[in-house]
Design a binder for this molecule. Structure first.
Ligand code: 6R9
Length: 572
């Protein structure tokens, strides 16, 4: 802990003086210029005299370590960009990164962007079906993956006529590759010192992140290169990262936090970041902080609650005195967790709120602002945020009244559309406001207090899963007749997936069948999407028009009032 002067002045000063142009100026961007995230995060940093500074300290699950400087980032991302271009992949084509948190994922992200292609990061934990839905929607041309994930890609290749190249980053030539598969080894490939970076402009598409909604397939949130203007300055002001920091963002780049702040935020600021490619374990995490002397740590409530559960004794075994700034995102950060962190680390975890669609932090707590534990804080300077009436979409003047979180469009990192789905994108705007789909109230000091989501999307451990995708997977099981999926309360993950199922006539439910169905979903989608509980029922509550009313099932799980059920067709 140190008395570092902060990057951001007081909130009051900043709110009166902030302009996004400050970020443009610091990044050396003028309107109409070429702007490429890959170049801004590597070549530009080298030109600033930081070529030999460490950019990435990577640690694998068995403790092996790799280190890369900003010059390595520059050359290796050139190498990947050159390779991508050599395959005949055109600017604007979609290139998927489907890997664990290996260095190739982070540097590949910059490389794909330098080539002019659109980068589509997906969780390596996804099963074939989750992958298929997203690659098919984006008509993805190429995918970078690892040997261990290759079978999942091979499984679905026949259904993906657009997918022309499968690039394996750790192939060991032990088995022959198939047509359209190619091996590429970043660390040993010939380094390309000079590459003609694609001259992208502010509005050129950059990153395509898939996010789950209530209905329909997951949507591709489409970002542009100009998003870096927001990500750079919010990382600087909110996460307070500075030249001598060692920064750790625990998020996987399959999630927007892992790209906006797990790649772009730190590297556009020329700051060293650490990546731990290992599962969660309190001891491993604390050891990682101690070993690398991490100073700024950006994590998520589920992880913080899991650390809390492990108790305070274990913390005493480690020297965590390097930590100076902590922040959290993804789900409500309960007041107890904020107070606990102050007790054990001497620092509050500062809650930040944002979405895949916003691309950057929009409501937050700041280094020099009074913390009200349990509150998400105030709008980032440069963002106009309020809560609007649920029906009229007019801002609510009265303090403490719950409405929908709404943002005035126009900040640099707002998505520009959903891939091939302009209608849904347009539907997010009402009365001149972008609606986040979350409910909150604002107190007399302007602090936002999160209430809940406005839809049926389940937030499990900070990850959004769409009930529709899980219900569709369940219906593919030969014995399932109907299904409804809702979130049920969980002390660590906030919510976990619960499925209500009616079975085909003549089927008798038992524990074996429950486990079989759970596994069926885990394999198809992912462990996160797998129901933690299945309740077999005789019928599901439906509206008169035949729609399953998840709302009724959810209310039961949460012990809440069911509300208006006048359109309910049957009783549970
Ligand atoms: C960055 C990210 C967005 C949704 C969002 C809200 C929930 C995020 C939160 C929070 C309460 C916070 N959420 N931060 N809820 N407090 N500080 O999480 O993106 O995966 O798109 O999720 O997550 O419901 O609308 P994304």
């Amino acid at each position: 802990m140190s008395n570092h002067p902060r990057n951001m002045r007081t909130y009051e000063e900043e709110i009166n003086n902030f302009k996004w142009e400050i970020s443009c100026k610091e990044l050396g961007y003028n309107e109409g210029d070429v702007i490429n995230i890959g170049e801004y995060c590597s070549d530009r940093i080298c030109r600033m005299g930081k070529a030999d500074k460490l950019a990435l300290i990577w640690e694998g699950h068995s403790g092996e370590e790799k280190r890369y400087t900003f010059n390595d980032l520059r050359q290796l991302s050139n190498t990947i960009a050159h390779f991508v271009r050599g395959l005949g992949i055109n600017p604007g084509d979609r290139v998927c990164l489907f890997m664990d948190k290996v260095p190739e994922l982070y540097i590949g992200f910059l490389g794909v962007l330098k080539s002019g292609a659109i980068v589509q990061p997906l969780f390596s934990a996804f099963g074939s079906e989750s992958l298929l839905t997203r690659l098919d929607d984006a008509k993805t041309t190429a995918i970078f993956t690892q040997k261990k994930h290759l079978p999942k890609v091979r499984n679905i290749l026949k259904d993906l006529p657009s997918l022309k190249h499968i690039i394996i980053v750790d192939d060991d030539a032990s088995k022959p590759l198939r047509e359209c598969e190619v091996a590429f080894h970043m660390d040993t490939a010939e380094r390309i010192d000079h590459f003609d970076v694609y001259p992208s402009k502010a509005e050129t598409p950059s990153v395509l992140h898939y996010t789950s909604g209530t209905t329909g397939k997951p949507k591709g949130a489409q970002h542009v290169h100009y998003s870096i203007i927001s990500q750079y300055i919010t990382a600087k002001y909110v996460l307070d990262i500075q030249d001598d920091d060692i920064y750790w963002c625990t998020a996987d780049p399959g999630w927007v936090t892992g790209t906006s702040y797990g790649i772009i935020g730190a590297w556009s600021n020329g700051v060293t970041q650490c990546v731990l490619d290992a599962g969660f374990k309190a001891e491993t995490w604390y050891k990682f902080i101690e070993k690398h002397k991490i100073t700024v740590w950006y994590s998520a409530p589920t992880a913080i609650r899991a650390l809390m559960k492990e108790g305070n004794e274990i913390i005493k075994k480690f020297d965590l005195s390097s930590l100076r700034h902590l922040a959290s995102v993804g789900e409500p950060l309960n007041a107890e967790a904020v107070i606990w962190s102050k007790e054990v680390f001497g620092l509050y975890f500062l809650d930040t709120f944002w979405q895949t669609e916003t691309g950057c932090i929009v409501v937050s707590n700041y280094p020099e602002m009074k913390v009200k534990p349990g509150s998400m804080g105030k709008p980032f300077p440069g963002i106009t945020a309020t809560v609007v009436d649920l029906n009229t979409h007019v801002p609510i003047e009265k303090k403490g009244v719950v409405g929908m979180i709404a943002l005035k469009p126009g900040w640099p990192s707002m998505i520009r559309t959903y891939w091939n789905n302009e209608v849904t994108y347009k539907g997010k705007f009402k009365n001149g406001w972008y609606l986040c789909g979350d409910r909150a109230s604002i107190d007399e000091d302007g602090y936002f207090w999160f209430v809940g989501r406005d839809d049926d999307v389940i937030n499990t451990g900070g990850h959004l899963v769409g009930p529709f995708e899980i219900e569709s997977a369940l219906l593919e099981h030969p014995l399932v007749a109907e299904s409804a999926v809702v979130g049920k309360p969980d002390p660590v993950n906030m919510e976990v997936v619960k499925a209500f199922i009616t079975l085909k006539p003549g089927t008798v439910p038992d524990k074996m069948l429950e486990l079989e169905i759970m596994n069926f979903v885990r394999k198809k989608l992912s462990a996160l999407a797998m129901p933690q509980e299945i309740e077999f029922v005789d019928s599901l509550p439906k509206t008169r028009s035949g729609k399953i009313m998840r709302r009724v099932l959810r209310a039961k799980e949460w012990g809440e009032e069911i509300g208006d059920i006048s359109t309910l067709e049957n009783d549970m």
